[in-house]
Design a protein around this ligand. Sequence first.
Ligand code: MN
Length: 248
Amino acid sequence: MATSATGTPPVSAGAPDPKLIEDLVAANRILAQQGVVDGFGHVSARHDKDPQRFLLARSMAPALVTAADIIEFDLDGNAVNAEGRTVYLEIFIHGAIYKARPDVRSVVHSHSPSVIPFGATGANLRPIYHMSSFLGSGTPIFDIRKKAGMTDMLIRNNQLGADLASALGDHAVVLMRGHGSTAVGDSIPQAVFRAVYTETNARLQAEAGKIGPITFLDPEEAKLATATNNGVITRPWELWKRSVGKID
Ligand code: MN
């Protein structure tokens, strides 16, 4: 993991809102239940007390995350309170995106399977229905080989994190060739919503393509549908949250 220049941990922003921790723990379990993450993948939230800090579980399977597993980090990936706990190798995805995108308050990184063929072929992932209208602004593909040559495909340092954030630009989702994808949102529920419906859209788009030519949402339809969806994200969120049981 990254270490700070002084070798001492950065100062804590203080205790986050307990509701934020509860939602972050719920997001971990929801993403596992929805098939977006498995033993791998992670979800973070920007700290509510300091935009220069974010919260992410220690390195573990998301379905097993509890409040006690959440660690605070600065945007370079330095842990404030790791206390011997190991951190995800790809922590740098999160801080780099929070640095580049002040509007983003939650980041989901996954290897959700239906999305992989799009990153690998370069086929354009586009909104096939209204639930995935947030894809309407485009889904860039990050190819790590073009930036770093031969690697193990992981975002292992801040430079690769910055390159990924640059590829994401102002979009909702960036595909990662030969690896996975990363979705962002202005809240935990929105980032989770986008990660779930990116996976569903990829599956439906591949299926529809076998049947016949696809009429995708027009960019204007996508814009209008996104405005509607943003007003009702709490509906699936409350359902998903209840379905993962009591958060401890
Ligand atoms: Mn990964």
